[in-house]
Design a protein around this ligand. Structure first.
Ligand SMILES: NC(=O)c1ccc[n+]([C@@H]2O[C@H](COP(=O)([O-])OP(=O)(O)OC[C@H]3O[C@@H](n4cnc5c(N)ncnc54)[C@H](OP(=O)(O)O)[C@@H]3O)[C@@H](O)[C@H]2O)c1
Length: 239
C-alpha cells in the first residue's frame, strides 16, 4: 500500500531528492516550501503534490494540516538552512538577537511546530525524520546551535511518539552539494577544506541523504528511535 509522505522544503536540494526517492517507490508524496516556482518544478520532476507553506508560521501550518491527507506515514522535517547566509547580523545587540532568532526559527521551530501541528495525522507504524546537520557538533554559531537543539528536542519527540509506534530520528548531513544551501557563495578554498575533512574524499549528494531517510522510514528501522544518523563521509566521526 502506498505510504503518505510529507517532505518539508521539498522544492530543492536534499528535500527534492527525498521526495523523488519516496515517489519512485510509489508513495504519495506532498512537498512544501515558501516559493511556488521551485515547488512546481520539483512536483513536475518527482510526481509529488506541491503546497506552499512557511513552516515557521503557526497559521500556515494549521492551513496545511487541513489540506493534507487524513494520515501521514512519514514526516520529513527538512525545511531549513543557515539564515546568516542571507545577510549576517549587524554589530548591535538587537540585530544580533534578530539574526540568532532567525536561525532558531528556520531550523528548530520549523520542525517542532510542524510535528506539533500534524500530530493528529501521524499514523501508527510511521516515522518522523528531521534533517539536522554536522554543524550541531561544530562551532557553527546560531545555525549549529539550532541544529543541536533540534537533536535535543528529538529525544522528547521520540518519547512522545513511541507509545504510538512512531519513530523519531535525525539525519545529520555533512557538506552536501547540489542544493541551494550555500547560495552560490561558497569560496573555493572553503569548499576544498570541507571535502578534505571527509574520510571518503567527496562531498555528500542529496541522494546520499535521501537513502538514509528512506532507511529510517523502512520496516528494517522499526526499533531505531531517538537517534542521530550522521551522513558526512567521515568528516565528523563518532564511536
Ligand atoms: N547542503 C548542505 O551542505 C547541508 C548540510 C547539513 C544540513 N543541511 C540541511 O539540509 C536541509 C535541506 O537543505 P538543502 O541543503 O537542500 O538546501 P536548500 O536547497 O536551500 O533547501 C532548503 C529548502 O527548505 C525550504 N525552506 C526553508 N525555510 C523554510 C520555511 N520556513 N518554510 C518552508 N520551507 C522552507 C526552502 O524553500 P523556500 O525558500 O522556497 O521556502 C528550500 O526548498 C536543511 O535543513 C539544511 O539545514 C544541508
Amino acid at each position: 500500500m502506498p505510504r503518505s509522505v510529507l517532505v518539508t522544503g521539498g522544492g530543492t536540494g536534499i528535500g527534492r531528492a527525498i521526495a523523488h526517492r519516496f515517489a519512485e517507490q510509489g508513495d504519495d508524496v506532498v512537498i512544501t516550501g515558501r516559493r511556488p516556482e521551485p515547488l512546481e518544478r520539483a512536483a513536475a520532476l518527482t510526481g509529488a503534490r506541491a503546497l506552499t507553506c512557511d513552516h515557521t508560521d503557526p497559521e500556515a501550518l494549521a492551513r496545511l494540516a487541513g489540506a493534507l491527507p487524513e494520515r501521514i506515514d512519514v514526516l520529513v522535517n527538512n525545511a531549513g538552512g543557515n539564515t546568516d547566509l542571507d545577510g549576517g547580523a549587524g554589530e548591535d545587540l538587537p540585530s544580533y538577537a534578530a539574526a540568532f532568532r532567525a536561525n532558531l526559527d528556520a531550523n528548530l521551530l520549523t520542525a517542532v511546530l510542524t510535528t506539533r501541528a500534524l500530530d493528529g495525522l501521524l499514523a501508527p507504524g510511521g516515522a518522523v525524520v528531521h534533517i539536522g546537520s554536522i554543524a550541531a557538533a561544530q562551532a557553527a554559531g546560531s545555525y549549529g546551535a539550532a541544529k543541536a537543539a533540534l537533536a535535543a528536542w528529538n529525544l522528547e519527540a521520540a518519547d512522545a511518539l513511541g507509545p504510538r509506534d512512531i519513530t523519531a530520528n535525525v539525519v545529520a548531513p555533512g557538506y552536501t552539494t547540489g542544493t541551494e544551501f550555500f547560495r552560490d557563495r561558497l569560496a573555493e578554498d572553503r569548499r576544498r577544506w570541507l571535502v578534505e575533512a571527509t574520510s571518503l574524499g567527496r562531498p555528500g549528494s542529496p541522494e546520499d541523504i535521501a537513502a538514509a531517510v528512506e532507511f529510517l522510514a523502512s520496516p528494517g528501522a522499526r526499533h531505531i528511535t531517538g537517534q542521530v544518523l550522521n551522513v558526512n563521509g567521515g568528516a565528523y566521526k563518532t564511536r
